[in-house]
Design a protein around this ligand. Sequence first.
Ligand code: NAG
Ligand code: NAG
Ligand code: NAG
Ligand code: NAG
Ligand code: NAG
Length: 433
Amino acid sequence: MAALFGLFLFSFFACIARAQVPANQTFKFVNEGELGPYIVEYDGDYRMLGVFAAPFQLGFYNTTPNAFTLALRMGLTRSESLFRWVWEANRGNPVGENATLVFGRDGNLLLAHADGRVAWQTNTANKGVVGLELLPTGNMVLYDSKGNFVWQSFDYPTDTLLVGQSLKAGKTSKLVSRASEKENKDGAYSLVMEPKGVVLYYKSKSPKPLLYYRFPETYSNEKLPVDQLTFNCGPERGDGYAYPMTVEYFVANSSVGGFSPARPKYNSTLSFLRLGIDGNVRVYTYDDNVDWGAWEMTFRLFDGDQYWEESQCHLPERCGSFGICEESQCVACPSSHGLSGWSKTCAPEKLTSCEAKSFHYYKLEGVDHFSSQYTIGSATNEVDCGKKCTSDCKCLGYFYNRDSSRCWIAYDLKTLTKVANSTHVGYIKAPNH
Ligand SMILES: *[C@@H]1O[C@H](CO)[C@@H](O)[C@H](O)[C@H]1NC(C)=O
Ligand SMILES: *[C@@H]1O[C@H](CO)[C@@H](O)[C@H](O)[C@H]1NC(C)=O
Ligand SMILES: *[C@@H]1O[C@H](CO)[C@@H](O)[C@H](O)[C@H]1NC(C)=O
Ligand SMILES: *[C@@H]1O[C@H](CO)[C@@H](O)[C@H](O)[C@H]1NC(C)=O
Ligand SMILES: *[C@@H]1O[C@H](CO)[C@@H](O)[C@H](O)[C@H]1NC(C)=O
């Protein structure tokens, strides 16, 4: 059997010699605080896990003690504060000390816990893989003898798209937010490529995730659904002075539309688009021409300044578990005793039981639920809308638009948006003490 080569190791002390090591190599991950999380044990020696292609590097990181994620980071200098993690392998399944990362002779790249349980793998055993390479675009690839990519990290985004990376039908067709700064597991938000374009969902207590945004440009050919969405950036034709970013839709490799989140006036090739912990979508750009503050937020969907960008009030959790939002600020905490000033502790009153005699409703005028803007609600009269909520244990309140005679049942209250029109009303359940 032909020897397989692939993982390139740089010596920890001299990051120049590019050593090829046999594919059947086990890197024992050592959690050595002093040496940093990129150090692996190899041949009884401590070395850097040397999968590197400037400005990207493969390594391990953690946000809670001894729970490590294998990930790719981006940044040009060695200063920790300048790095951003842009891809991760084992979200939701962190490894601890003595975990092993094995690039097997069979072509499989496998991360295992110390006890041997598989934490993550590429599932590429016996598929002709002959090597592994990290490309300068940030795409980590396993290739066969003809140079075809058998596996690529670009096909498995989590919450981030790098320039040139796509969501693809049949592969990964959505981004899922991270739960919190500390917890690296799936959060409540997703950015989904659908047949007509991109939408944002919030996973609440309702049976179906709630739509909280639809991107401006949609495409409408029922027979040929969008099958790819690509984040890109490149110099403008002509002067090449500005670098427009694009989110482009494709059907069978042909572009059918899209939109441009930002147009920085410098080389912004080193950018990434991320669905954040708070459900906002941002683009961050790295400009290595400055010594300080090399990262810049070049786009923010909620509270941006383009005509199609949205107020922060439309982020489901802008006001935490409960609050009224106006012009991006949380301005009031509603309760059955009236409105008071908002703080992070603002929460709906706890119901004692779901029997109709144990609660009543209080009314809020001039508010919308965050889901009212992009879901049409049901066509019913106000009384029946109330009955629907009363007979549903999980319903915490209902929202009614008297102009359009539309009804929304809420399983989560979260952020309510203040609207000028008092024909938009909300009724919130409160306990009868
Ligand atoms: C490396 O190869 C040897 C012999 O082919 C095998 O016994 C061993 O289990 C392999 N190690 C790993 C970590 O795959
Ligand atoms: C890791 O390996 C070292 C050396 O074999 C051992 O002393 C240590 O207990 C191991 N740690 C865990 C968490 O398995
Ligand atoms: C799209 O392009 C890829 C790569 O060039 C090719 O493999 C694939 O068959 C194309 N798909 C269609 C539907 O044309
Ligand atoms: C823009 O930046 C990228 C990444 O650093 C680099 O590869 C490319 O050559 C740059 N383009 C120009 C025109 O300088
Ligand atoms: C409320 O909405 C109705 C119907 O859309 C409209 O006729 C009315 O002018 C609005 N009132 C205010 C105060 O905006």
